[in-house]
Design a protein around this ligand. Structure first.
Ligand code: C2E
Ligand code: MG
Ligand code: MG
Length: 717
């Protein structure tokens, strides 16, 4: 039988069954032994009884035999009738003849014929025969034969078997009862153990213990089980503790990650907004928000390509406000600026959506008409533009009348590229001015013979140096942490005998185009360096000077020698000078710019990135340039701290400068709120109208000597 078939029976029943089976087997074996021994004894007793009876018969019948008294012999056998097991008996003479016999009534048995035999007891299946000799005076005279059935043995056996069965049953019952109780000694602890194990499994409660003691195997098992539970519980506690620590850490980390994520999202948003704003600044005029020259150039190029494909026409209108300078000079820059903003709005309103109005700088605007059907369309738009300025403009309480002169050039007649079209529109605008202003003039081929404006400007520029019309003004650079002037920026002016003070923004392009920029640049350096030397000699030896550079100058071969010569001329240490370039100048020819700037830097000159943020600011380019200083452009400063976007841009530029380990100068600081903002950001070097405009060198000497900084109350060195 397969052991597995018992596996579903409980250990209790197994034990009970085992005990019952073992005790039954032992009882059976014991009974068998008893029965066997009893059977042997009974048979012996039967044989002995038979022998006793036979001896009595032999003793009582010897005389009868001797005397041949068959009747006496027969009487001797007569008592056998009372013996219920005796079936037959006979007395044989020595000659084997039956002398007397007895048969139990109802029993038909044949007497054995061999009377004379050795004394013997023979057990047959269900009867026993006995032969004993009848002796007289030592001589055998006959044989007594007795036959008894085995009823006595059988009766006893049956009686015995009955006893055995009763005893067996009784003992089985007792065994069963006892075993069911006794097996508990073993099974109770085991069941307790298993029930606790189950409970632990279900409830995961490792603090449960099995109750029970003892020194036997079960006791040891319980002790070991409890010890194991102790171990599991302590591990469980440890695990729990670790898990809760882990969960705590995970939660903390999650919180941190969430914070970091939201910070990241915010800074990403800020970065995107900064990037958008910077892109906007690079392509728009800060004052009016109109597209600037860069964006206009892009649009003209795109529209020209389009017109080329469609064989269409494109018009470019060059606008210059008439006598704007007078307003600006007489009423001041703020009024001038406001006027420009209003005009920009008016211009925007009087053209179609697909047209572009751009501000090129100063009082110059440009209108791009991408889709005209003929030249006359351009004239009509120009007329509209002139008309839209007819109404007086109210500005700071002034009613201002302003007109504009417009030059028109048309693709494909007057040029096929952006530069030519703008140049020709510019020339024709000057023609409009000559013709009495407030007019629009188409470009004609004759005008190309030479822009009179350009020529005039160039001619007078040529004389400007020799006539001493150029001069340098200086704007102080303030270290607001120490409240002192640490340097000056040299800013060029042209005092034209007829036109008054002309801004470098106006005449530098002409100087570049004519090549006059070289002598002018050289003059600027010599003058500025000499002036600085004088200040040094006057005791302000830590003062530095910054000078500006145009792209034409930087790309001129041997430029660094010119700088070196100017330094020698003034006997000035290069480390006291700072060269300012704009991003666009550097980017125009990046590789050669890097080489030249490296050389200048090797001389000891420090390099500043001027108007930072308005050009093609690309960090990867910036990294390659050997820059020491970044000047945040005034367009980002103007609205600080009110414009949150400008605040972000300023912060981004500051962070970038810090990460590139560059020093930082803030340009165009005009009020105390701007000053405070940048001071809070850790930018202490500033320049702007709050402290001083660009002033004559004598004024700087005075400021240095007085050790006061104008515009700042109580800011004394
Ligand atoms: P820049 O180098 O960025 O010079 C700063 C300009 O901002 C100067 O105008 C200065 O007068 C003006 N400015 C300074 N503080 C403030 C302020 O608080 N508010 C406002 N609204 N403006 C302020 P400026 O003198 O007309 O010069 C214009 C540009 O002409 C200069 O810009 C520079 O790029 C160029 N430039 C000036 N001198 C030279 C020169 O000698 N050579 C060359 N190649 N370019 C020059
Ligand atoms: Mg500058
Ligand atoms: Mg600047």
């Amino acid at each position: 039988m397969n052991m597995k078939s018992f596996s579903h029976i409980s250990i209790r029943w197994k034990l009970t069954g085992l005990i019952v089976i073992i005790s039954s087997i032992s009882l059976l074996l014991a009974s068998l032994a008893f029965i066997t021994s009893d059977r042997i004894n009974t048979r012996r007793t039967v044989a002995n009884n038979l022998a006793t009876m036979a001896e009595i018969i032999a003793a009582n019948s010897s005389a009868a035999l001797l005397f041949g008294d068959r009747v006496a012999a027969q009487e001797t056998l007569g008592f056998l009738q009372s013996q219920k097991y005796i079936q037959a008996a006979a007395i044989y003479e020595i000659n084997n003849s039956v002398f007397a016999s007895y048969r139990k009534s109802g029993v038909n048995i044949k007497l054995p014929e061999i009377g004379i035999q050795p004394e013997n007891t023979l057990f047959w299946g269900d009867y026993v025969e006995l032969f004993i000799h009848i002796n007289y005076q030592g001589e055998q005279i006959g044989v007594v034969y007795l036959r008894s059935n085995m009823q006595a043995v059988h009766d006893r056996l049956i009686w015995f078997l009955g006893i055995v069965v009763v005893v067996l049953l009784a003992s089985l019952l007792v065994t069963f009862i006892l075993s069911t109780r006794l097996q508990r000694i073993i099974t109770d602890p085991l069941l307790g153990l298993s029930s606790i194990a189950r409970q632990i499994r279900n409830e995961k409660n490792y603090s449960l213990r099995v109750i029970g003691e003892g020194r036997d195997e079960l006791g040891n098992l319980i002790t070991d089980f409890n010890t194991m539970l102790d171990e599991i519980q302590s591990r469980d506690n440890e695990l729990r503790e670790n898990r809760s620590q882990l969960e705590e850490r995970v939660m903390q980390r999650t919180r941190e990650l969430e914070i970091a994520n939201s910070e990241l999202a915010t800074s990403k948003k800020q970065a995107e907004s900064v990037a958008r704003r910077m892109k906007y600044h690079a392509h728009h005029d800060a004052l009016t928000g109109l597209p600037n020259r860069i964006l206009l150039n892009d649009r003209i190029t795109t529209e020209l390509a389009h017109a080329r494909r469609k064989q269409g026409m494109v018009a470019v209108l060059f606008l210059d406000l008439d006598r704007f300078k007078i307003i600006n000079d007489s009423l001041g820059h703020p009024v001038g600026d406001q006027l420009l903003r209003i005009i920009a709005r008016r211009l925007g309103k009087c053209i179609r959506e697909e047209d572009t109005v751009a501000r090129l700088g100063g009082d110059e605007f440009m209108v791009l008409l991408p889709n005209i059907n003929g030249s006359s369309d351009a004239g009509r738009v120009a007329r509209k533009v002139i008309d839209c300025l007819v109404d007086p403009i109210s500005c700071n309480g002034h009613q201002l009348h302003i007109t504009t002169s417009i030059g028109i050039s048309i693709y494909p007649y007057d040029g096929t590229d952006s530069e030519t079209l703008i140049k020709h529109a510019d020339i024709s605008m000057y023609r409009a001015k000559e013709l009495g202003r407030n007019k629009a003039v188409y470009f004609t081929a004759e005008m190309n013979a030479g822009s009179r404006k350009q020529l005039a400007l160039e001619t007078s520029l040529r004389q400007a140096i020799s006539r001493n019309e150029l001069k340098l003004l200086y704007q102080p650079k303030i270290d607001t942490s120490r409240n002192m002037i640490v340097g000056v920026e040299a800013l060029l002016r042209w005092k034209h005998p007829g036109m008054g003070m002309i801004s470098p923004l106006e005449f530098i392009p002409a100087a570049e185009a004519s090549g006059l920029i070289d002598p002018i640049g050289e003059w600027v350096m010599k003058t500025a360096f000499t002036q600085l030397k004088q200040w040094h000699l006057a005791g302000h030896s830590a003062l530095t000077v910054a000078f500006n550079l145009s792209s034409a100058q930087l790309s001129r071969p041997g430029f660094e020698e010119v700088v070196e010569k100017a330094l020698q001329f003034a006997d000035l240490d290069a480390s006291m000078t700072e060269l300012e370039i704009t991003e666009n100048i550097a980017m125009e020819n990046l590789e050669s710019a890097i080489i030249v700037l490296e050389k200048l830097k090797n001389l000891g000159i420090s390099i500043a990135m001027d108007d930072f943020g308005t050009g093609y600011s690309s960090l990867s380019y910036l990294r390659r340039l050997p820059i020491d200083v970044v000047k945040i452009d005034q367009s980002f400063v103007r609205e600080i701290p009110d414009s949150s976007e400008d605040v972000l841009i300023a912060q981004a530029i500051i962070a970038m400068a810090q990460s590139l380990k560059l020093s930082l100068i803030v340009e165009g600081v005009e009020n105390v709120r701007q000053l405070n903002f940048f001071k809070q950001q850790g930018c202490n070097l500033m320049q702007g109208f709050l402290f001083s405009k660009a002033v004559e060198p004598e004024e700087i000497s005075r400021l240095l000597a007085a050790q006061t900084i104008p515009g700042l109350v109580n800011l004394v060195k």
